[in-house]
Write a protein that binds this ligand. Structure first.
Ligand code: ADP
Length: 216
């Protein structure tokens, strides 16, 4: 089974994807994470990617396609895949279709986390990432505590694109370029809508209600 997690920036795709990885042994392909890995390498490409991300725009499709193909080709045999934050425009939908055919895979469902703009802003402004264990927390909704996070708060970091002005541009990029992707998956009957404003645990239950009957 291969799944696409869809939704605006800050919808909680990463959080839900991590739960699915832990419980159901998926491999998660997050294009945002792949890009941030590239930035951390401090290559020329990484610097170029950081400039684009910090503007709130989408990174070029060719760069994304290469990163995704490297990952799919490596993990294609053993694992079911979750795509998080990909595809983000109609060209990427075509690229993904091409890659799925090449590696003999199919998308089983597309889960759309629907979230209001007000909640998105709060989720993004509160978002913190542990640089040691990679887990995502939120100051307002899911704070890191001594009990739930043994690494401690000194490892928590904010993303450089999680600033108020950039969030507005990211949301408008989403509306203009990414939303049309939904119609495509609706037309091929793969789309499931989920109330992403709900609590993390309720959203996860809803996701499991949808995917568990689909088998493996
Ligand atoms: P969010 O979903 O909160 O925006 P991500 O980590 O998925 O967070 O993405 C962060 C940024 O990385 C995006 O704003 C965009 O600039 C870039 N990005 C991520 N995925 C893609 C993609 N598939 N195509 C183009 N750019 C992408």
């Amino acid at each position: 089974m291969n799944i696409i997690l869809f939704g605006p920036p800050g919808a909680g795709k990463g959080t839900q994807g991590d739960y699915l990885v832990k419980d159901l042994n998926f491999y998660k392909i997050s294009t945002g994470d792949l890009l941030r890995n590239e930035i951390n390498k401090k290559t020329k490409l990484g610097i170029q990617i950081k400039t684009t991300i910090d503007r709130g725009s989408l990174v070029a499709n060719t760069i994304i396609k290469d990163l995704v193909e490297n990952t799919i080709s490596y993990h294609s045999v053993t694992k079911n895949l979750i795509f998080d934050g990909y595809p983000r425009n109609l060209n990427q939908v075509n690229d993904l279709d091409y890659l799925l055919k090449k590696y003999v895979k199919k998308i089983s469902c597309v889960l759309n986390l629907k979230v209001s703009e007000e909640i998105i802003t709060k989720r993004i402004l509160g978002r913190e990432l542990c640089e040691k264990c990679g887990r995502i927390f939120n100051q307002f909704f899911n704070p890191s505590t001594e009990k739930n996070h043994p690494c401690g708060s000194q490892y928590l970091q904010k993303r450089s694109d999680d600033k108020k002005q950039i969030i507005i541009t990211r949301y408008s990029t989403y509306t203009k370029e990414t939303l049309p992707v939904l119609d495509y998956y609706k037309n091929v009957n793969l789309l499931h809508e989920i109330d992403g404003d709900d609590k993390i645990s309720n959203i996860y239950e809803e996701i499991r209600r949808i995917i568990d009957p689909l088998g493996t």
